[in-house]
Write a protein that binds this ligand. Sequence first.
Ligand code: PMP
Length: 442
Amino acid sequence: MTPKQPASAELSSITPDDMAFDRDHIWHPYTSVTHPTPVFPVESAHGARIRLADGRELVDGMASWWSAVHGYNHPQMNAAAHAQIDRFSHVMFGGLTHKPAIELCRKLVEMTPEPLQTVFLADSGSVSVEISIKMAVQYWRCRDDERRSKLLTIRNGYHGDTIGAMAVCDPVNGMHSLFRGIMLEHVFVDSPECRFEDEWDERYIEEFACTLKEHHRDLVGVIMEPVVQGAGGMRFYSPHYLRRVSELCKEYGILLILDEIATGFGRTGKLFACEHAGIVPDIMTVGKALTGGYMTMAAVICSEHVSKTICDRSAMMHGPTFMGNPLACSVACASLDIIATGEWQEQVANLEAGMKEGLEPCRDMAAVADVRVLGGIGVVELKQPVDMQVIQPRLVEEGVWVRPFGKLLYLLPPYVISKEELSFLCAAICRVVEELSSPEQV
Ligand code: PMP
């Protein structure tokens, strides 16, 4: 009998039929199936290169949305996945435990700053944000404070796409209007005006301080991305702002949740972005680079004070089917072993230097509003939003994989990208932005 489905060996080759099926039946992120934007079939990926089915090779500027920091097809990560799949790929975590999860949590406790001691493994970044919120809610309920139900956060944030996480994303670019009526309403202040390098002025924290003073009795916590606001605008704000937030949270006894999902494991030049401010949150979420982009997994790490307060009276009420998935844990252990070599420090410093130099020509181009680089993050902010139907194929034609959104062309290359590949990437961006700056375009 001929099998109806292709054998798994055939999964590597994409046919025109497959592409038609993809177009007509598959939703890609933030897209329409009736008016799809172009998608490009990938045949393989290696290091900082993505190979398309037609043989073209693209230099990767995205690290698959901050995750593939060690590059694709990494021998040590592959070996970890192979070794674990031959032992067992999954067992439930309720009532059972295993070495990959224990090792991963041990590494997370060792790597994160001192008071963070207890780990909850989650299936994705958004889910870890949900868990961090539930943790903060349970913390207060276990202190017999039932009144608190809100979070305070800053505008232009991004914390994920599930309903609870969306409610703390920026109300405008987080699409709150589309989901009005079904999301909790939290307390927002404007995002910090002070850029990363700006000299500190106490006025920058005034709105936050006043709002905290007014609402602190209703709050379960403050949630924000430390120093870098990612998908909500790729903004870098002063670590001093974060330091003041932490001080104010302590003053009012409010839990501080820091979302290090994008920034964690070296991307900003520090192992965790909160280190720029010399502070530690009560609850931290990590994801993305945790598994080096191999599998979906995230984690919530909290202080012993938080976990003890909850557990002396109750238990942490969350427990998904794939919690602590051993395959993902094994791969995450390998990813953190690579991080622990410390190689990332030089790699990220090189990324910063290379992007500062390589993107600088964009600064004076007519279409450009700002160019900024921090650690392994490079941003060219345009004056007008890009047309994805046009710019995406144009970037592919240049031999690079970069996925802009709105007015932002940004780079987060894998840490392993070579100097030559990075120059190639930046030069391609400069050429495309130059075209956007030509008199007919502006
Ligand atoms: N928080 C931040 C800061 C993020 O950048 C992201 C992902 N872009 C998330 C949360 C959500 O993670 P995930 O996409 O894995 O659900």
